[in-house]
Design a protein around this ligand. Sequence first.
Ligand code: GLV
Ligand code: GLV
Length: 328
Amino acid sequence: MTEDGTPLLLVTRTLPEDGMERLQGIADLDVWEEDRPMPRSELLERVSDKDGVLCLLGDRIDREVMDRAPGLKVIGNYAVGVDNIDVGYATSRGIFVINTPGVLTNATADLAFGLILASARRLTEGDRYVRDGKFVSWGPRLMLGKDVHGATLGVVGAGKIGEAVLRRGRGFEMRLLYNSLSRKPSLEQELGALYRELDDLLREADFVSLNCPLTEMTHHLIGKRELSLMKKDAVLVNTARGPVVDEKALYDALSRGVIGGAGLDVFEEEPRVHPPLMELDNVIMVPHIGSATISTRSNMAFMVVEGIRSVLEGRMPDNIVNPEVFLR
Ligand code: GLV
Ligand code: GLV
């Protein structure tokens, strides 16, 4: 807090322009303006006098960071996933955690479906082929892929994003399976999606889309055993969090033909990618762009800024991850 009572907010990366504009006036800003993640040492130092921090999914906001900031009241994550934040410790310290649910549902589901289509129809491989000057004739056997329409889609984690992926699958006339912590009667009735235990879903699906949050329970949810259950030509798509999949086991499965292909938006040690994956043609990789549309990133900025503003003004935001802080 400044002497006149204005809150101080650390912003770990410059947001899109309208987001930065919205931040003006809610607090005195300390912005990391370089186009690379804020180094940990800077974060630890600069957080110490702050009332709030607006951070990205790559910033680890753990006990050490929170302990450096005795006056911290709110952590606003510019993401829906909050696996980078020790939420339990924040709650015990009375610190509110804000995220951006809802606004990125459709953008992320669009990307998951894009990866399904791109893997099935070998779009990135085909693009490389044309650019390399290899396209010399139409061929009856050239770059044959898999049908998406009529195939079986298995969605793991039927929250908002998983549901949106299932809706897209229905548009492509797919057979729909889902696995989730609890059954979703509305999905079963409205979309005709069938609930399956994870192993059964993996055995039956042609396309498996991961849409669960990263938690202790979902860490390496998909490993060697799970991959071995999948069909030989099945495609695994991950737009959730890298560590949900054992990346080394995935490499082995892709290189040995245990499964057919993968579409990855997220990586286990992001932004590092398990190097041998780079050499495989049956994996499509994009740099964690699930929410990367102009309007989605703007809506995320609006949401996180309004959430931080509410907390600083003593109101209850809608997008609070740990509402139990109010009950302390
Ligand atoms: C993106 O991965 C998010 O969690 O918002
Ligand atoms: C393919 O382009 C076809 O016309 O069958």
